[in-house]
Design a protein around this ligand. Structure first.
Ligand code: CUA
Length: 344
């Protein structure tokens, strides 16, 4: 008898520990969701679509927490009241039509509310007029080809748009399926070869936001990032004027030598530098490379030391990327770095 009693005690204690652990996990998860993780969190929206999505997410979370709390409350009530009469049997309620109708109707109403809220959100997101800042985003293994054909320039891996005005983006891919995503601006859009998708939203808060690929696209999927910069109309015009300029003529001695090197070692078969003899289209346009913050789609930050590392061995920095290693003496590598960093 003693043995079986202590056995039962052990069971109860273990069950209580499991329940406590479960509650702790749920509370911790809810805290993380509500507080929001570090930037770029979808819970800190800075664009119209992201704001609509967050509002929907909070409604869904609230409704489902309501369901969870109600079910738990009923469960606890049943456990507590049931314990007072250990000898009695639960009453059997078979074929109670009213109860059947009630517990079919409640979930139907909840699902209908969620459905209508989702429809309203979707309608709000797709109703943004495709006017204002317009550009084309082409996904490539593994970088972002942002093109402004009507303005006459490309700006790989970094794009500026105007705060408070619609941004309209034509989205496609040059190789495999990628997905365009700026978490604080709005939802994801598939980038599909030979098929053009569109996304439009209004950037609401000025700032620099991380963009990333959200569809697995090969070895360097994780190193496929870009910067999405929201600025005033005046700053945007200044950026456009700068991007429209051809490449600056080098001034420093090393940079002048670097321009000779870059024209002679074959970089032009992949890269364009407007105003020079480089006209390749396979790799990123480098006309204003020095003005950008990243190297290799933000695999590295753009510093002379990092650029030297990149030129010396791209495969070590970003394995399987399409950039080949071109063997050059160190002095020439340093001249290349000096030239590229002057391309503001
Ligand atoms: Cu491109 Cu993942």
């Amino acid at each position: 008898m003693r043995g079986s009693e202590s056995h039962q005690h052990g069971h109860t204690a273990r069950r209580r520990a499991i329940v406590v652990a479960y509650v702790a996990v749920v509370v911790a998860a809810a805290t993380v969701v509500l507080v929001g993780c570090a930037s770029p969190s979808i819970l800190r929206p800075a664009g119209s679509a992201a704001e609509d999505i967050r509002t929907l997410a909070l409604w869904v979370f609230g409704i489902l927490m309501g369901v969870l709390i109600t079910v738990w409350a009923i469960l606890v009530y049943v456990i507590v009241t049931g314990r007072r009469r250990p000898e009695s049997e639960a009453s059997q309620t078979k074929g109670n039509l009213r109860i059947e109708i009630v517990w079919t109707a409640i979930p139907a109403v909840i699902v209908s509310v969620l459905f209508v809220l989702t429809l309203i959100t979707t309608e709000r997101i797709v109703s943004v007029d495709p006017v204002g800042t317009q550009f084309t985003a082409i996904g490539r293994q593994w970088w972002w080809d942002f093109r402004f054909p009507s303005l006459g320039f490309n700006s790989p891996n970094e794009v500026y748009v105007i705060q408070g005005r619609p941004t309209s983006i034509e989205v496609l891919s040059a190789d495999v399926i990628h997905s365009f995503w700026v978490p604080q601006m709005g939802g994801k859009v598939q980038m599909i070869p030979s098929h053009v998708n569109h996304i439009a939203f209004v950037p609401l808060a000025a700032g620099t936001y991380l963009g990333e690929c959200s569809e697995f696209c090969g070895a360097q999927h994780g190193n496929m990032r870009f910067q999405f910069v929201v600025v005033s109309a005046g700053k945007y015009s200044a950026w456009v004027r700068l991007q429209q300029q051809p490449a600056a003529e080098p001034t420093g001695a090393a940079a002048v030598a670097g321009k000779q090197v870059i024209s002679s070692v074959g970089c032009g078969s992949c890269h364009t530098i407007r105003g020079t003899t480089l006209h390749g289209t396979f790799g990123p346009d480098l006309t204003h490379f020095g003005s950008r913050g990243g190297i290799g789609a933000y695999t590295l930050t753009n510093t002379p030391a990092n650029l030297l590392r990149w030129i010396q061995d791209p495969q070590a920095v970003k394995p399987q990327c399409k950039m080949p290693q071109i063997p050059l003496p160190l002095a020439q590598q340093q001249q290349l770095v000096a030239y590229l960093e002057e391309l503001k």
